[in-house]
Design a protein around this ligand. Structure first.
Ligand SMILES: NC(=O)c1ccc[n+]([C@@H]2O[C@H](COP(=O)([O-])OP(=O)(O)OC[C@H]3O[C@@H](n4cnc5c(N)ncnc54)[C@H](OP(=O)(O)O)[C@@H]3O)[C@@H](O)[C@H]2O)c1
Length: 337
């Protein structure tokens, strides 16, 4: 089978195409013929050597998010059979309940082999069934970006109808957050660097939009739009570069899901958090249980993942380069086979 491998964090040239034997499932294992993979900012961080969590760089198969069909099962497998349409879960050990201690040590495409390959073996516990009605390309967008957005909105302090959600930028996580918040009956305020991208965010359900380039003090706009109160939830993908403004945009008792590190800034003043009386909560993707809860909502509300572009398997490095350009809205996908 063909698989991409990386053995050094060599930037955009990290991924090389290689031949490997097609694996065979052992006891409790499922062989999946992968049909699509989707890229996350994490894949860029790993390729650039900037990822802060466990990475195993000995012929690593990159990328965490993939979908495909079951082609063989090993002895003892009960959860899946041949022909079923599945996606791998990001952390193969976090099945439900509180976050497990080895979450990053079992993360696909980082600590263990990922999905940018024609076939991959999974433990039967490490897969979920794709929601009805989604293509393989759409299903491949879910494991990291969508589950992270879901965990940010539902993992600690579940979003309620009528609350206000602030999303930052129009990348994979943020677009899913807009769609989930909208489906929940929440009000969405979305920011972006670009008016054209904001138009797409409005078409997806954002009620109010702010261009953070033309409004560098965007937290003031958020306060104005919420009659001075602030928002209930922030899906915080920027990190130190945006967190002080996110804190200033949040109401007392509101929650900031701290997810990303897209924007560099100064150290955070703890007094700002105290003064805002808000919750700042680290979000680490999510569990299989969250993935399954989210899939029910996706099927019920017919939420269609937003795919910006689909690249051929042979052109996967070009897909990574496109992610680095950050011109996309939603997800960049690689079709396999
Ligand atoms: N903690 C976790 O478990 C977890 C899980 C998933 C992702 N993440 C992290 O979350 C972040 C987003 O991931 P992703 O895969 O969604 O990324 P992505 O699809 O590559 O999103 C990139 C987009 O973010 C926006 N952006 C860039 N700088 C910004 C800034 N200063 N303020 C606001 N928006 C900005 C831009 O959109 P506009 O041009 O529209 O502004 C850009 O196109 C990354 O740092 C990633 O590592 C963490």
């Amino acid at each position: 089978m063909r698989a991409y491998e990386m053995s050094a964090a060599a930037g955009l040239g990290s991924w090389t195409l290689a031949q490997r034997p097609t694996p065979e499932p052992g006891r409790g294992q499922v062989l999946v013929r992968l049909r699509a993979a989707s890229l996350n900012y994490r894949d860029l961080l790993i390729a650039q050597g900037h990822y802060p969590f466990a990475v195993h760089l000995d012929r690593l198969i990159p990328v965490s998010d993939g979908a495909g069909e079951v082609v063989a099962v090993g002895p003892g497998v009960r959860r899946f059979r041949g022909g079923e349409r599945v996606a791998g879960i990001f952390s193969q050990s976090w099945l439900g309940g509180a976050q497990v201690a080895d979450m990053w040590q079992t993360a696909l495409g980082g600590a263990i082999d990922g999905v940018l390959a024609e076939y991959q073996l999974f433990d039967e516990d490490g897969l979920v069934t794709l929601p009805d009605g989604l293509s393989f390309e759409e299903g491949a967008t879910l494991p990291c970006a969508a589950v992270t957005a879901w965990n940010a909105l539902y993992g600690l302090k579940p979003l309620r109808a009528g609350e206000t959600v602030l999303t930052l930028g129009t990348g994979g996580v943020s677009i899913f957050a807009i769609q989930f918040a909208r489906a929940a009956g929440a009000r969405v305020i979305a920011t972006s660097s670009s008016d054209a991208k904001l138009e797409k965010a409005r078409a997806l359900g954002a009620h109010d939009t702010i261009n953070y380039r033309t409004h560098p003090d965007w937290e003031r706009e958020v306060r104005r739009l919420t009659d001075g109160v602030g928002v209930d939830h922030v899906v915080e993908v920027g990190g130190t570069g945006t967190l002080p403004r996110s804190i200033a945009a949040t109401r007392a008792g509101g929650q900031i899901g701290l997810i990303g590190l897209l924007a560099q800034g100064e150290a955070i003043d703890p007094l700002a958090i105290l003064g805002a009386s808000c919750i700042v909560r680290g979000v680490a993707v999510g569990s299989r249980e969250m993935f399954e809860d989210m899939n029910r909502a996706i099927a019920l509300h017919r939420i269609a993942p937003v795919i910006d572009a689909v690249h051929a398997f042979d052109a996967a490095p070009a897909a990574l380069a496109a992610l680095a350009e950050a011109a996309h809205v939603g997800k960049i996908v690689v079709r396999i086979g």
